[in-house]
Each structure stands twice: as structure tokens, then as C-alpha cells.
Design a protein around this ligand. Structure first.
Ligand code: 3HC
Length: 724
């Protein structure tokens, strides 16, 4: 199979990268490309070379799959392609459309010039995969835009729009349309090649045009630090950068190595810097955090692939042009903002004037904040605000494509809402519930469109949290699911499919996690210490702070509704509710809160609560004991893994990776540990199983089965889950 096409135009060799869908620069592509670059260099009829991408994109960089394969002596990588470009005496121009990311941008940085379409985004996102730019990026970018800006761009891994990239000097020219791209690149190449030839003939006259003259290898430049920064500041920049990123064992391994590579750009000649970068890259490619982050990358892209459907064809589904939300509470308002930000007009239905007033203020405050931060203009904010209409008239939803209910968590109330909506919303409109625990099928049963009924479980605050659980009812049609996934994408959410089971994926797991935390506190460990262990592992907050944030009353309602789920818990939650300690909102829950400490969000240990746990423990005959930090962590995380295994077996979650994504995007599981199921593989499923048994929990049969085979969750194939 061929990944490259070449064509000569007016003496310019056009090399087209064609490796669908994103022209990743795989080992195979590189192997084909190296001799093509070398041949162009040797060919006297070739005045210059233009790289361009097929498939509407320049390149998404190296093929991430390749990092897990062992290279042979014959293997050629993007580094070899870049080295061939660097060796050549010809002028190289990168013609960039849509994306030049990672190795894609690095290839273009090895060229003399870069032209891009206006919709292009460039970036070095390797850090998100636990890597560093390993094809010259850490050496060339600081030489091009200054070390400080380069570090900022690489450490954040954020993409940059074409206009900004031109202002920074990464791009030389920006053209409006893709149709104009190749022409612009050819003209630039010829113009510069002409200048080059003249120089070669001893003519010192400057090349025509305003983009510089002839060859411009970035490698020949000195590293700039940044505007107004003297060379003596280099060690300071490096040490500051090390201080700004997380510790190596807390998700910062790649960041520190990246800074080391940039330091090499200051200290070493270019060729040595490149060699240092390559060594650091290889170390990272074999590191556990990078394996975990690569797993997250692919797991995210698998979410919408639903094996039981032939094809979940999102492209064939209708657009969502108008939405409705029932309920102007915190959740409803957050969902409405999410729609507005995605450019979908939304009507919010609520008859409570106070709630509506509060919601209006939230919407206004939210968009004003964006204006203050410079993320949008007043006019754009006003427009977005206008796309959210508040009303108490359900008839406004007659032509809505989707309506999401976000009212009080009561089956009766929700059924009334859906019965009413069913009579008003057009027959092909989707009805969705944002419930976090109630039965979707029971709600659907009051409508005549159970096939168009789905759960859309957003997380608070809905306009910020990236996760969306899509809940499939018994009769939800594939078409409805396809629309739901497409909507999730439009709303820029990471959507995961769950079946209709209590708590779906995330909340079902968090109940066990909270239960494990409560049991530890009953054994005499302070909530502050337990939370500390969770935070050290990488969670943004511990289980008790999380309980306070979501509300003790919420946990209490769930415990009352599902005593089977709450089984094994003491009455601490009842006592907290009696004491009106409902969490952050009442400035007291498991912890106390004080407006003057961390804006009222910083947990403060409360001896009264430790005494309360001790009292309840005594009542239930639980003796205090010494527990190590290691055991605390195991009991918290292994509780998640065990429940995750049940959910896989019951078919609630499709794949281990789906569970990992739910836990990373919805509950802050540290991505560099890959999610709970990936972490189980990392520490060994057999070890997890042995501990689950030792803790006296009921192990999931699937956990046991994998442990007995000394297997991994990653190795599970879809069909093997059944009867495991
Ligand atoms: N390697 C392998 N596969 C890749 C890939 C890559 N770099 N980038 C994308 N893909 C695959 C996806 O897995 C997906 O495959 P699937 O259809 O089988 O699920 C397909 O391409 C399409 O990807 P998306 O679903 O993400 O498509 P979008 O249009 O939403 O996004 C994109 C396109 C913006 C290019 C996005 O895919 C992306 O951000 N890709 C990763 C970019 C990246 O991290 N590059 C750095 C790679 S590491 C590197 O270059 C090292 C170097 O320094 C040596």
C-alpha cells in the first residue's frame, strides 16, 4: 500500500501525504517517504519541494499505535524523514490544511516555509499522551518563537489557530480557502528557489517577496528566550518551568522531561539537542503514564462504536436545530448554557418566577465572565444570552428536536412532565431525562415514543463538566442513540453509553467508593487523612470533600431509595442530615467551611465528625485499627474496580475503556493512571482480586475469572464478557 503521491509542477515536486483518515506519519509512511525526499534532493530538475496532505488535513503527527511496537533496524520514523529534509539543499515548503499536530508540525518546522489555510490549527499535543515532541519540536520551536512561548505551548499541549500562529512566526502565510493552498505554496517555493539559485550563483541580491530569502533552516538559528529576556535568564526560565508543573510521580513525568529537552536546546549544539530529545522521548514512550494516556486517547475514540449495531451512523442523523430544557434549576441552567455555546437555541420551561430570575442571572454572569476573560465580545455574549429563552409555556417546544427534562428527582414528577411533553413535542422529537438514578424505561412508558426516549445524564456544572452518560432504555432505537451521540459531539461532551441500571456507570461506582471511605473513617481514620491519600494519588479532591460538594442530602435520598445499595453503611449520613450538615452548601458536612478560607470551598477538619464516626462504629461493634496509606488507597480504588467488573459483566458498560473514561472525565480519576480498569491491569488484576477477598467484599465473578487466568481487562474481547 502506498501512502505517498508525487507530482512535478513547474519544477516543484509536490509530495502528498495520504494515510487516511488523518495522514498519521506511521513507520510505514516514513519508510516510503525517506527515499522520496532523498530522490527529490538529488534530482536536478527539482527546484523545490512542497509537502501537502490528502484527506483534507496536513497531518495529525506520528501514528500513536507505533509507540507500542518495537522498531527493527529497518524501521524508518518521522525523525528519519526530517533528517533527510534537513540534509537537503532544496527549498521545502509545508502546505498545511486543517491540522499540523505533533510530528506533523515538526515536519513542517523542518521545512523552510509554512503556508496554511485560515481554518488550520497547529500544535504539539504530545504531553497529553505522556510524551514530548520527539521529532525536533523541542529544539526547533524555541529557536523559532522563543523558549518561553515554546515551553508554554508544549507544556499545555494546546492547539493554536492559524492567525495566532502567523503572528507568532510559526506560519509564514495564511490563505483563506483550501483551493488556494497549493498555488500559494508553489508560488512561495518558486519565489524562494529563485532567490536561492541567484545566491548560489554568487548573486547577493535579496529574493523577491516579503517572506525572506531562500533557505531558512530553523536549526541554524540561536535559541531566543523571549521578548526582552537576556540569555542569562535561561537557567531561571528552566527552574521556574520545573516548579510550575506537577511532580514526576503526580502526572508530571513528561513535563519535566520536556523541560529537560528544552534546556538541552539552550546548552547544546542543535544535533546534540536532537539526540537528547530522542533519548528522552524513548524513555517516555516506555513509561507507564504514557501507556495509560495512550489508552485514554484510543478509549475516547472508541466510545461511539457500538458493537451490537451494524453501524451507528451519526452522519445520517438529522441535525438538532432547536432544544428544550424542563426546569431552570442549577442543572437545567447549565444544560441550557451548554446548548447556547454550541449554537443551538434553547427554550427553558419553568413556572417558578424566582427560579427563572436566578437562572437568568446565572446565564448573564456566565457570559459576562467570558467577556471579562476576553473569550468573547459583548455582542457575542448578548447573542448567546438571547439564544436561551425562558418561558412557562410548554407549547414553545412543539417543534423542538430534543427536550431534556431536568426537574426534581421524583419519578411521579418526571412522569407528569413526559406525559405532557409527549402530547406537545413533534412526533420525531427526542425526549430525554437527565435523571442520575431513576428508571428510564418507567419514564418512557408514559409516552408513545419509547424508541425516541433516552437518558442524557450531565454532570454538575453541566456547562463545564465534559462527561455525558447516554442511557439506553429497553426500547431506545439505534437512530435515537446515534442522534444522542451526535448531540454529545455538538455540545463538546465526551459521551459514554450506559444501559438503564441504577446509578448508570459513574454513580453506581461512586456509591461503593463512598462506602469504602465511610468504612475507613469508622475504623478511626480521619476523613482528612483519607482525602489526603486520594489526592496524593491524583484525584482533585477526596471522597469526603466530594460528598460535601454533591450534598449529604443527595446521598441520604439515594440510601433511602436503595437500601440494597447502601447496605453495610452505618447511620452517619442520617446523623449528618439530622444535624443539617448537608455539605458545602450549609458550610458544614463531613468538614466545615469558612468563607475566609479558600472562598468557603476549602475543607476544614472537624473533630466533631471524627467523634461521630467513632460513636457509630462503637454502636456497630467496629473496632478502631491502624491502617496504612497503601491500604486506604487500595480500599478506595479497588472498590471502584470491583464494581466496574460487575458493570461490565452485567453489560451496563460496554468496555473497560468506557468505564475509565467515565471515571476520568466525570470524577477526576488521574488520567496518567488510565482510569480504574486500566489501573487494575497496571497493579495486576490477581492482586486486586486477592485484596478484595481480604477486605471481605463480594468479588465480581468477572474479576475472579480474569484473576484466575492471570489476565487483564485490556485483553477482554467483547464476547468474552458474557458468562465470564
Ligand atoms: N495516530 C494514530 N491514530 C490517530 C492519530 C494519531 N496521531 N490521530 C487520530 N487518529 C485516529 C483516531 O484514533 C481515529 O481513529 P478511528 O476512526 O479508528 O477511531 C481517527 O484517526 C479520527 O480521529 P478523531 O476521531 O480524533 O477525529 P477528529 O476529526 O475528531 O480529530 C484530530 C482529528 C484533531 C487530528 C485528532 O484525532 C487528534 O487530536 N489526534 C491526535 C493528535 C496528536 O496527539 N498528535 C501527536 C501524536 S504523537 C507525535 O506526533 C510524536 C512525535 O512528536 C514524534
Amino acid at each position: 500500500m502506498s501512502f505517498i503521491r508525487t507530482e512535478d509542477r513547474d519544477g516543484v515536486r509536490v509530495i502528498t501525504l495520504d494515510n487516511p483518515p488523518v495522514n498519521s506519519l506511521s513507520f510505514a509512511l516514513s519508510g516510503e517517504l525517506v527515499p522520496i525526499v532523498e530522490a527529490a534532493d538529488k534530482d536536478e530538475s527539482v527546484k523545490a519541494v512542497v509537502f501537502i496532505g490528502a484527506n483534507g488535513i496536513f497531518s495529525a503527527g506520528a501514528d500513536v499505535n507505533d509507540f507500542s511496537t518495537e522498531p527493527t533496524p529497518e524501521t524508518r520514523t518521522i525523525r528519519d524523514v526530517i533528517a533527510a529534509v534537513e540534509r537537503s539543499n532544496k527549498i521545502f515548503v509545508a502546505a498545511i490544511q486543517k491540522n499540523a499536530l505533533g510530528g506533523g508540525l515538526e515536519l513542517s518546522l523542518a521545512c523552510d516555509y509554512r503556508v496554511a489555510t485560515a481554518d488550520t490549527k497547529v500544535g504539539l499535543p504530545e504531553i497529553k499522551l505522556g510524551l514530548l515532541p520527539g521529532a525536533g519540536g523541542t529544539q526547533r520551536l524555541p529557536r523559532l518563537i522563543g523558549a518561553q512561548d515554546a515551553l508554554d505551548m508544549m507544556l499545555k499541549g494546546k492547539n493554536m489557530k492559524a492567525a495566532d500562529a502567523k503572528a507568532k512566526g510559526i506560519l509564514d502565510e495564511v490563505v483563506e480557502s483550501p483551493d488556494a493552498l497549493l498555488d500559494a505554496a508553489l508560488k512561495l517555493a518558486l519565489r524562494q528557489a529563485q532567490g536561492d539559485t541567484q545566491k548560489a550563483q554568487g548573486d547577493t541580491q535579496k529574493a523577491q517577496g516579503d517572506t525572506g530569502s531562500g533557505k531558512r533552516r530553523i536549526s541554524k538559528r540561536k535559541v531566543e528566550l523571549g521578548k526582552g529576556i537576556t540569555a542569562q535568564a535561561a537557567p531561571f526560565i528552566v527552574s521556574q518551568a520545573h516548579k510550575m508543573v506537577p511532580a514526576e510521580d503526580a502526572g508530571g513525568l513528561a513535563a519535566h522531561k520536556l523541560i529537560d529537552a528544552v534546556e538541552a536546546a539552550f546548552e547544546l549544539p542543535f544535533e546534540f539537542g536532537i539526540a537528547r530529545e530522542a533519548r528522552l522521548f524513548e524513555e517516555l514512550a516506555r513509561s507507564a503514564p504514557s501507556f495509560a494516556l495512550r489508552h485514554v486517547f484510543f478509549a475516547e475514540r472508541e466510545l461511539a462504536k457500538i458493537p451490537s449495531f451494524e453501524k451507528l451512523r451519526m452522519t445520517d442523523t438529522p441535525e438538532i436545530k432547536k432544544a428544550g430544557v424542563i426546569g431552570a434549576g442549577t442543572m437545567g441552567t447549565g444544560i441550557a448554557i451548554t446548548f447556547a455555546q454550541a449554537g443551538i437555541p434553547v427554550h427553558v420551561i419553568d413556572s417558578n418566577a424566582d427560579a427563572v430570575e436566578k437562572a437568568r442571572q446565572t446565564v448573564f454572569g456566565m457570559f459576562m465572565y467570558q467577556v471579562q476573560k476576553g473569550r468573547m465580545t459583548q455582542e457575542e455574549a448578548w447573542k448567546l444570552g438571547q439564544s436561551i429563552q425562558f418561558t412557562d409555556d410548554y407549547n414553545e417546544l412543539a417543534d423542538a428536536d430534543v427536550v431534556i427534562e431536568a426537574v426534581f428527582e421524583s419519578m411521579d414528577v418526571k412522569k407528569q412532565v413526559f406525559a405532557k411533553l409527549d402530547g406537545i413535542v413533534k412526533p420525531d422529537g427526542i425526549l430525554a431525562s437527565n435523571t442520575s438514578t431513576l428508571d428510564i424505561d418507567e419514564m418512557a412508558s408514559v409516552t408513545k415514543r419509547a424508541d425516541k426516549f433516552v437518558g442524557l445524564h450531565f454532570f454538575v456544572p453541566a456547562n463545564i463538566m465534559p462527561l455525558l452518560e447516554i442511557v439506553r432504555g429497553k426500547e431506545t432505537s439505534p437512530q435515537t442513540l446515534a442522534i444522542a451521540f451526535k448531540l454529545g459531539k455538538a455540545l463538546r461532551k465526551t459521551a459514554v453509553l450506559s444501559t438503564n441500571a441504577f446509578g448508570f456507570i459513574g454513580n453506581r461506582m461512586v456509591f461503593d467508593y463512598a462506602k469504602a471511605a465511610g468504612a475507613l473513617a469508622e475504623e478511626g481514620i480521619s476523613p482528612m487523612r483519607i482525602d489526603g491519600v486520594a489526592k496524593k494519588f491524583g484525584f482533585p479532591m477526596g471522597p469526603f470533600a466530594m460528598g460535601d460538594l454533591s450534598g449529604i442530602d443527595v446521598a441520604w435520598h439515594i440510601a433511602k431509595a436503595r437500601p440494597d445499595v447502601a447496605k453495610g453503611r452505618t447511620d452517619v449520613i442520617d446523623r449528618l442530615v439530622e444535624m443539617k450538615r448537608l455539605g458545602q452548601k450549609t458550610m458544614a458536612g463531613y468538614f466545615t467551611y469558612d468563607k475566609s478560607v479558600g472562598k468557603g470551598r476549602e475543607p476544614i477538619a472537624d473533630p466533631e465528625i471524627e467523634a461521630l464516626f467513632a460513636e457509630e462504629a462503637k454502636k456497630h461493634g467496629i473496632a478502631p485499627r491502624e491502617v496504612s496509606d497503601e491500604e486506604i488507597l487500595q480500599r478506595l480504588v479497588f472498590a471502584l474496580i470491583n464494581r466496574g467488573a460487575y458493570l461490565l459483566e452485567e453489560g451496563v458498560a460496554l468496555r473497560p475503556g468506557d468505564i475509565d473514561i467515565v471515571y476520568i472525565f466525570g470524577y477526576g480519576f488521574p488520567p496518567h493512571h488510565g482510569g480504574p480498569m486500566w489501573y487494575a491491569d497496571e497493579v495486576g488484576v490477581k492482586h486486586v482480586y486477592d485484596k478484595v477477598v481480604e477486605f471481605g467484599w463480594e468479588p465480581a465473578p468477572l474479576l475472579k475469572a480474569i484473576a484466575e487466568k492471570n489476565g487483564t481487562f485490556a485483553a477482554l474481547k467483547q464476547g468474552e464478557l458474557v458468562n465470564a
